[in-house]
Design a binder for this molecule. Structure first.
Ligand SMILES: *Cc1c(COP(=O)(O)O)cnc(C)c1O
Length: 408
């Protein structure tokens, strides 16, 4: 038997069935019409936003980084709860604009933006977080051609990263952002060319579970923004401090103390340089806000033994939930929290591996975990499926239909 991660405490049972948003999985699957199904719980998202809002200083806005979960219902739910949405493509930008979030509060980051994407963003009044000097030149040219003053921020590639973050997004040679030493001349040029300079975007890492490392990176980010603003000689309207807050997927991982992180950020902001005394601040988070709010439900189609190992074969798999199979940004495969949703809370009485319906040995949703005895027709729940799930998985692989998705 191998251990699995901890099921978030938000999930409870009624008469032995998992409830999501107060409804049984049978009821939810009935409404959706089939499995596999992702269910996103609005109340959990709201609870995360409320907790973070209470933890952060009041002058730090919360932005939703929608690449974590671009489902239009999820984005619309966040649009009513947060101060901004950060997008990473023109496709995401359309969803963000349709969500009701004002263009003024949407920013567009990401390498390799095509001219037509820059054009759409500039025409809509969305802020572009520039990822290179050449992108800055193109954005200014497009603004001039459209007769629109582009809103431009500079994404800085800091000379540091969050220690121990799961995915490195800053520090050293990176396709993201502009190296610290090239930032100041670009900001000056942009301002001189008549662009509306929106400030700095500094994102140093993702999936960090070490509060001290996050506190250190945030303090370094505030200090860096102060130095850069001083050198530019203008106050950045917004300093986007990035995010990086992780969630505990695996055995032994613990949730972050966001209250301590918020208190430390308040101190860092209180001690900021005069050059950013008039700036606003934001954090942009995807995973921490939505990861625990999603559950992937997949039905057992077959139950079989091979060489003494029990396999529960489901109608889902890595084509919907790649991360749970261990093939998205992890080195060693570990088990996400899973449960038999139709026997939720029952004691475990056997060891089983939960696999998907794809013809590849990679398609394993849980490896030798302890579960109550489950039969064909029972539903497996894979937790921690709200971020980087459906949209970050190879849904066309093997020609099975995409997963259904719903928000409750
Ligand atoms: C991916 C990304 C995020 C969100 O990261 P999470 O780990 O999901 O919080 C935020 N900002 C930028 C620039 C990103 O690329």
């Amino acid at each position: 038997m191998k251990p699995m991660g901890t099921i978030p405490a938000d999930y409870v049972a009624r008469d032995g069935e998992l409830l999501i948003g107060g409804r049984t999985v049978d009821d939810l699957i009935g409404e959706a019409g089939d499995t596999p199904l992702f269910v996103y719980d609005r109340a959990i998202m709201a609870a995360r936003v409320a907790r973070l809002r209470a933890a952060l200083p009041p002058d730090v806005a919360i932005h939703y980084a929608m690449k974590a979960n671009p489902h239009p219902g999820v984005v619309a739910a966040f649009a009513g709860m947060v101060g901004g949405i950060d997008v990473a493509s023109a496709g995401e930008m359309r969803v963000a604009l349709a969500s009701g979030m004002a263009a003024d509060d949407i920013s567009f980051a990401g390498p390799g933006k095509r001219d037509r994407e820059l054009e759409a963003a500039i025409a809509a009044g969305v802020t572009i977080n520039l990822e290179s000097l050449a992108e800055g030149v193109r954005a200014l040219g497009i603004g001039a051609r459209l007769g629109v003053r582009p809103r431009l921020a500079v994404r800085v590639n800091p000379n540091f990263e969050i220690r121990g973050s799961g995915m490195r997004m800053g520090g050293g040679a990176k396709p993201f952002g502009i190296d610290e030493d090239q930032v100041v001349p670009l900001c000056r040029d942009m301002i001189a060319a008549g662009a509306e300079w929106r400030g700095f975007h500094i994102f140093a890492g993702s999936q960090a579970l070490d509060a001290d490392a996050i506190i250190e990176a945030q303090a370094a980010t505030v200090a860096l923004a102060g130095r850069l603003a001083d050198a530019v000689g203008a106050t950045p309207p917004l300093v986007n401090l990035g995010g990086g807050l992780g969630i505990p997927y695996f055995p032994g991982e613990l949730p972050l103390d966001v209250e301590r992180i918020g208190a430390a950020l308040a101190e860092a902001i209180a001690a900021r340089a005069p050059s950013i005394a008039g700036s606003g601040f934001a954090v942009e988070l995807g995973r921490w806000l939505v990861g625990e709010a999603g559950v992937y439900l997949t039905r057992i189609v077959d139950r079989k033994e091979s060489h003494g190992e029990l396999f529960l074969v489901t109608d889902g798999g890595l084509h919907h939930q790649l991360a749970a199979s261990g093939n998205f940004g992890t080195v060693v495969r570990r088990n996400y929290p899973v449960a038999v949703a139709t026997r939720f809370g029952q004691a475990a009485d056997e060891t089983a591996s939960v696999v998907g319906c794809l013809c590849t040995p990679l398609d394993r949703l849980a490896d030798k975990v302890a579960l109550p005895r489950a039969e064909v027709g029972d539903v497996i729940a894979v937790f921690m499926a709200g971020a980087y799930g459906a949209s970050a998985s190879p849904q066309a692989f093997l020609g099975h239909p995409p997963a259904l998705e719903m928000i409750v």
